[in-house]
Design a protein. Structure first.
Length: 275
């Protein structure tokens, strides 16, 4: 069976641009209804993690009615055996989770913390299930925090921007090699973020240009960097030698000192992401 499609979103999975991206991806599946699995792990540290993903599910059901999405929720909020921060039961991978992932046409994960996602998905059956689902033709959609965690190194977004932690990186999930790609880039979403306004540079996922340049020099294993603007997706289609950019912004590839910026509607060679 042909492997599925992989989409990495910079943000905006429930925006108007996000709807267009979901529509494009679901159209390629060729099945109605589309069985959807939402993996909640990246937000598992939040008491309202399920509500966060319920909102995504409600958006898909309302905005993509022509595909009649049938949404299942995989509440794998933390790695099995780790302490529960809320003092009550919190779901871990189960037979029900396995069925939801392997039965899905479309698997989405996104909002949350990149470092939490990487820490709680690493060395778990969930990653194997994602690879099996993808190999069987499922579409995988990783947005925002989840997309960052999928790379070779993970940006410590909350720790640095919110809590003043020292600059540095965590080990990523190396998802693309697990799916059969011969690339393993660093993935940085929210590349063109402008929430800081004129007073604070929050591009490069809230790091700003100057701080991000220092972070690049600190990468433990230098690798190509794929920066994805907000409300923008990079789509890796089955067997294609190129990556499609879709949405409101651009993709930026940093590799061996070269910078390539690709606008939505265009493609770039997969080879640009090889070390």
């Amino acid at each position: 069976m042909t492997a599925g499609t992989l989409a990495l979103l910079g943000s905006g999975e429930t925006s108007s641009q996000g709807r267009k991206i979901h529509d494009h991806l679901m159209s390629a599946i060729g099945e109605v209804p589309v069985r959807v699995a939402l993996l909640e792990t990246p937000a598992g540290f939040q008491p309202n993690a399920h509500i966060v993903y319920r909102k995504v599910g409600a958006f898909l059901e309302k905005s993509l009615q022509n595909f009649r999405p049938q949404v299942a929720y995989v509440q794998a909020h933390r790695k099995p055996g780790t302490p529960n921060p809320f003092g009550s039961s919190s779901p871990t991978p189960s037979a029900e989770s396995e069925h939801a992932l392997l039965d899905a046409h479309y698997i989405f994960t996104g909002p949350g913390s990149p470092t939490y996602a990487a820490r709680n998905l690493r060395d778990t059956p969930i990653l194997d299930l994602l690879a099996r689902a993808y190999g069987g033709g499922a579409t995988l959609v990783f947005s925002s925090a989840a997309a960052i965690s999928a790379g070779s190194s993970v940006l410590r977004v909350y720790e640095i921007f919110k809590a003043g932690a020292d600059l540095g990186w965590d080990n990523g999930l190396h998802l693309l090699p697990r799916l059969g790609f011969d690339i393993d880039p660093v993935i940085v979403t929210h590349w063109n973020n402008a929430e800081g306004g004129a007073d604070l540079d929050t591009t490069r996922c809230y790091m700003g240009q100057e701080r991000f340049d220092r972070l690049v020099a600190m990468l433990p294993n230098p690798a190509p960097i794929l920066g994805i603007d907000e409300h923008t997706a990079c789509i890796f289609e089955p067997g294609a030698p190129h990556v499609r950019v879709m949405g409101a912004g651009t993709a930026t590839i940093l590799n061996r000192g070269d910078t390539t910026v690709v606008s939505a509607g265009d493609t770039f060679p997969l080879a640009l992401l090889r070390a």
